[in-house]
Design a protein around this ligand. Structure first.
Ligand SMILES: [Zn+2]
Length: 231
């Protein structure tokens, strides 16, 4: 009905308008393609300038379905025999902040008057405590002169030149015993009686290296993830 009532002049105008719009549309499309091309070129430059990084991230290995990632403590091999020479005495992480401060080596004590000379590994009272190094039990002593309940076990290993003192344990070894790395040397003694109101139960480990100075045990005991398989 519209076409039938349209005059030839109006029809030409309509044709011209259609052509104009088509031309404009083509121009817009062409510009769009040009811009997209420029973006693609820029992206290509970016990728080539940054090597394979984005690709490497995308290809990060996926753990097998039957593998469970477990946090373990890895002892350093200082004598180069291919086996670790240190074991975390409790298997737990160092004590973080609690009502009595931090358990890290060098943490402030007595309002900054002295520094913490060991590393506190979190423990459950009564748990087995492992020998952090292999060696001889060279001393069993009292942690505090006024407290007979809190003891330490000293293990000396002349072969690697390290001495370890493991505090706040009820020893199951005696002086002169030979202990193997990781072997139980006692049970963790709860600290709530000595330090009431917010102390994390822990084992205090002092480690002396070949230079006879107390050192940070986390320098030779580090955390890492391993994937375990099986049922
Ligand atoms: Zn401590």
């Amino acid at each position: 009905m519209i076409r039938a009532t349209t005059t030839p002049a109006a029809s030409r105008l309509q044709l011209w308008l259609t052509q104009t719009w088509l031309t404009l549309g083509a121009a817009v499309l062409a510009a769009g393609f040009l811009q997209a091309g420029a973006h693609a070129a820029a992206r290509a430059n970016f990728i080539s300038a940054h090597g394979q990084k984005p690709l490497a991230l995308a290809l990060e290995p996926v753990p097998p379905a039957n593998g469970i990632k477990t946090l373990v403590w890895q002892g350093q091999d200082v004598d180069g025999d291919g086996a670790p020479d240190f074991v975390n005495p409790t298997g737990q992480a160092p004590r973080t902040e609690d009502a009595y401060g931090y358990g890290a080596f060098g943490a402030s004590r007595d309002g900054g008057v002295r520094k913490h000379e060991g590393v506190d590994f979190v423990a459950e009272a009564g748990q087995d405590v492992a020998a952090p190094i292999s060696g001889y039990v060279t001393k069993i002593g009292a942690a505090y002169a006024d407290d007979r309940n809190l003891k330490f076990v000293e293990v000396t290993n002349p072969a690697i030149g390290y001495v370890a003192r493991v505090f706040y344990i009820d020893p199951t070894v005696v002086e002169g015993d030979v202990v193997r790395l990781g072997q139980a040397i006692g049970k963790a003694h709860g600290l709530q009686a000595r330090y009431p109101g917010g102390m994390t139960d822990h084992v205090h480990l002092e480690l002396m290296g070949p230079d006879q100075k107390r050192m940070d045990a986390t320098a030779v005991l580090t955390e890492r993830y391993v994937t375990r398989f099986g049922a």
